[in-house]
Design a protein around this ligand. Structure first.
Ligand code: SAH
Length: 465
């Protein structure tokens, strides 16, 4: 049904009430049920809004005057918050952020999954919700003859120069500054997106939380890195904890940061970190969670929901470099991990060896193909863990779960909307969602992770939509 907008562009809403926040951090007000998204408006606030755009199912407005402030409103601590697109809710206290995320998870499960009265626990947040990111990657450009590096301005490709970012480890800020200064001093030409000329495209750095080991990745358009030796000398002399300098070549016109050609310029190919008692080797291209402190909280929750007694066979679908698999292998009889990126599976195998774990097996391929093949061969999970990307689980995988019928499914999700969609399918097939635990991996942003405990009950749950 096509919704006729009850309001037109340039009209005013005299007393708008804001109820929710969108994933971009915009306030949502409704006119006869028709949603209008308004920047810098928080749930619970009221104000006068000018409608600036009306689309098919929703519109946009501008807050002309705020009539009442949310008790959670605060001055955003970052001076460049309003220009940068990285954080969305710095204008809200952390307590308010956690409440909004909990409500969002609950609302989405109800709206999309038709799962009412589900126990959604309060979000597990951080003691100190700043300086939590272990990885920084910044684009480099030239402005007024000067090398700049920082972030893209909201909805543009204009680079804003930045010397610190308060959700990053201080070490990452320091490293990025050093690399910037050195490259500028050595006259290494920044890349120009329009002309596709120049050399230096991105600087990436990752600092391991538990060991303090640092990796620097220099991404260039050209195969050659000018002043390579001086750069190595400068970096090794000035960065404490530096363990690895990597050069990545990306010669394509693309928004993707890294290219396929990666070589170690100095030091090791990997840095090491631990989550709980499990060690990981992380290479330049590895996917590794960016908030290690909260990753431990998330994985502990997954482990608690799996409730392993030592005799179980576990499947970890979407296993990446084997982080959750190895965490579970500490308590299970056998863990099978599957992941679509072959290099990640190589890393996963190395990580198993690094920890002396021989009760894990990894296979590269799509989970929705590999798990049915395992099932045919007689590999059946007691507990199945999924941690899919934002688009959620493939339907073929959900169908395999419904035929395999593991007693427990633990669903780790970075997108409540697809979690809700997939839970609905599992519920219709005889599973029941017992509990959902949101975990805040990305304070100051609208992202929220959640872990769901799902158990086989045998009778289909029919929703009323
Ligand atoms: N569990 C890991 C990684 C989660 S991210 C961790 O916590 O670190 C999701 C992973 O799913 C990515 O590594 C991505 O490469 C992988 N992936 C995406 N589609 C897939 C598919 N169809 N089958 C298997 N893995 C897939």
């Amino acid at each position: 049904m096509k919704r006729i907008a009850p309001i037109t562009k340039n009209e005013y809403i005299e007393e708008a009430h804001f109820e929710d926040l969108t994933h971009d951090g915009n306030g949502v007000t409704k006119v006869d049920g028709f949603p209008i998204f308004v920047p810098d408006a928080l749930p619970g606030e009221t104000g006068r809004v000018k409608v600036v755009k009306v689309g098919k199912g929703f519109g946009f407005g501008r807050l002309v005057e705020r009539h009442s402030d949310s008790p959670f409103r605060q001055e955003p601590p970052c001076p460049i918050y309003s220009e940068c697109g990285g954080c969305q809710i710095q204008h809200m206290t952390y307590e308010g952020q956690l409440q909004v995320k909990e409500k969002n998870v609950r609302d989405v499960l109800e709206r999309i999954g038709k799962l009412r009265d589900l126990p959604v626990n309060p979000v597990l947040g951080m003691e100190e919700p700043w300086r939590y990111r272990n990885k920084a990657q910044v684009p480099v450009g030239l402005q007024d003859g000067r090398l700049v590096a920082g972030f893209y301005q909201k909805r543009s490709h204009e680079i804003i120069d930045m010397d610190h970012c308060i959700i990053q480890y201080e070490k990452n800020d320091e490293v990025i500054q050093k690399v910037k200064d050195l490259c500028a001093d050595l006259g290494i030409q920044p890349y120009n997106e329009q002309s596709h000329k120049g050399v230096l495209r991105h600087i990436m750095t990752r600092t391991a939380f538990t060991t303090g080991e640092v990796m620097v990745v220099i991404v260039t358009r050209t195969k050659a890195l000018p002043h390579k030796e001086e750069l190595i000398k400068g970096l090794t002399q000035s960065i404490s904890g530096l363990k690895s300098i990597v050069h990545n070549v990306n010669g394509k016109r693309t928004n993707v940061i890294m290219g396929d050609d990666t070589r170690v310029l100095w030091g090791e190919e990997v840095i090491h970190d631990s989550i709980g008692d499990v060690k990981f080797a992380i290479s330049a291209r590895s996917f590794y969670q960016v908030n290690p402190e909260q990753t431990k909280v998330l994985y502990d929750q997954a482990l608690a929901y799996a409730d392993l007694q030592g005799e179980e066979t576990v499947i970890d679908a979407y296993c990446g470099i084997g982080t959750i698999s190895l965490f579970l292998a500490q308590k299970a009889k056998k863990v099978y991990g599957v992941e679509i990126v072959p290099q990640a599976i190589e890393d996963a195998r190395k990580n198993a060896a690094l920890n002396g774990m021989d009760n894990v097996e990894f296979e590269a391929g799509p989970a929705e193909v590999v798990i049915p093949a395992w099932y045919e061969k007689g590999i059946k999970a007691d507990v199945l863990v999924v941690d899919p990307p934002r688009k959620g689980c493939d339907e073929a995988l959900l169908n395999t779960i419904l035929s395999m019928k593991p007693k427990k499914v633990v669903y780790v999700s970075c997108n409540p909307a697809t979690l809700a969609r997939d839970l609905k399918i599992l519920e219709a097939g005889g599973y029941r969602t017992k509990e959902v635990q949101p975990v805040d991996m990305f304070p100051q942003t609208m992202h929220c992770e959640a872990v769901a405990r799902i158990e086989w009950e045998g009778d289909p749950h029919v929703s009323d939509d």
